[in-house]
Design a protein around this ligand. Structure first.
Ligand SMILES: [Zn+2]
Length: 388
């Protein structure tokens, strides 16, 4: 299914690489920490302007605590594709002044360059290329950008889920993992264990105490031992607190655990195992709190089929793409959990997300935008239905 038009898209995008870099610099300079609504809204207005230029019917969905959601639609009708991006970063306003954007050969270093302003540039230019070359598909295309992904998308989950359910397929412009499109993401949950013991004077009354820290030590080892790398399940005791002073038998200790798993079944099994922990000292009490957490994005046959199609389109345009998995979550976990085939990791190739070393690879932008544009031209409903 060699397609001359896809190669035209790639050529157009490569010809506009410099403009993509300029756009990325502009987006980086519009700093957008999750918790600074005025800044995120400024970025949102800028992107909304771009989407209007691209012929999208733009709507701003107001939010009070975080930045407004920006949504643009092309073509009416059921099905089609919704592209998801997040505008927020983990960096405070003022970070760019201390760490200005810098291009070094093929690399662009910048605040949020990889996570995920590069992904926004890719989506904007995929849409632009389709329009400029008269190749925009007839089906419904929606592009929605939220602004609280880095804190769990609590304020935008409703919109994300509604859009996912009303389209055939979800695209997510998170950065790839080691350059690979993401066809699998782990689910992640938080659990707290509190041990209640009994306080006592460590000198006068040592035997009367029930040492909560000692009890917790047993529980920590038990939780850590639940990690099973062979199936991708991990349990991490990440925070610990307890006791008051060294001459008091501690009455209370607490740990915070993060669990991750690649399938819902494994996630629930791990969660169950933790909730069934019993105190080693029968006089101590365990209080276990939490939930299995956000669901994994499992590599379903539909998701695998989306990647295979993308890989074929890329090969046809003359380059190779790979798929991979990650332990990290994204809004893709939410949409995949609803059963909507989700293609994630469509953003800019790079390294150092959430770190000061963050950079993106410039030449990946036209290629990835071409993959997105070519995928938007495909009958993806048929691709995912054929995989069932
Ligand atoms: Zn991100």
């Amino acid at each position: 299914m060699s397609d001359e038009n896809n190669r035209k898209l790639l050529a157009y995008l490569r010809d506009h690489t410099d403009a993509m870099v300029e756009d990325l610099k502009t987006l980086i300079d519009l700093e957008s920490p999750t918790l600074h609504k005025p800044s995120v809204d400024k970025l949102g207005q800028f992107i909304a302007g771009r989407l209007r230029e691209l012929g999208g019917a733009v709507e701003i969905i107001p939010k009070t605590e975080v930045g407004d959601v920006v949504r643009a639609r092309w073509n009416a009708g059921d099905g089609g594709v919704v592209i998801l991006s997040h505008m927020d970063t983990v960096w405070d306003v003022g970070t760019v002044a201390g760490r200005p954007t810098r291009v070094d050969g093929n690399l662009i270093y910048g605040v949020g360059a990889m996570d995920m302003k590069g992904g926004i540039v890719i989506a904007l230019w995929a849409l632009r290329a389709l329009r400029e070359l008269g190749l925009f598909p007839d089906k419904a295309v929606t592009y929605m950008l939220n602004s609280d992904e880095e804190t769990g998308s609590r304020h935008s989950s409703e919109e994300i889920e509604a859009e996912a359910l009303s389209h055939d397929v979800v695209f997510v412009t998170e950065p790839p993992q080691d350059g690979k499109y993401k066809t699998q993401r782990k689910g992640s949950g938080g659990i707290t264990i509190t041990v209640k013991g009994r306080a006592a004077h460590s000198g006068a009354d040592h035997a009367a105490g029930i040492n909560a820290i000692e009890e917790m030590a047993h529980q920590i080892l038990a939780v850590q031992a639940m990690t099973d790398y062979s199936i991708g399940s991990t349990a991490n005791v990440g925070v610990i607190s307890g006791g008051t002073r060294s001459n008091v038998v501690p009455a209370e200790a607490k740990i915070n655990i993060n669990i991750r798993a690649t399938t819902r079944a494994n996630q629930l099994a791990l969660y169950e195992k933790i909730t069934q922990l019993k105190p080693v000292n029968p006089e101590a009490e365990l209080i276990i709190d939490g939930n299995p957490g956000i669901q994994p994005m499992e590599r379903t046959p539909q998701i695998a089929a989306l990647f295979k199609r993308a890989q074929r389109l890329a090969a046809d345009m003359g380059f190779h793409i790979d798929e991979g998995s990650t332990g990290g979550g994204s809004d893709g976990n939410k949409t995949a959990a609803l059963g909507v085939p989700t293609f994630d990791g469509m953003g800019i190739v790079g390294e150092g997300g959430h770190a000061i070393t963050e950079y993106g690879e410039i030449d990946s932008m036209p290629e990835r935008a071409a993959v997105m544009a070519a995928m938007l031209r495909e009958d993806l409903a048929a691709v995912v239905n054929g995989a069932q």
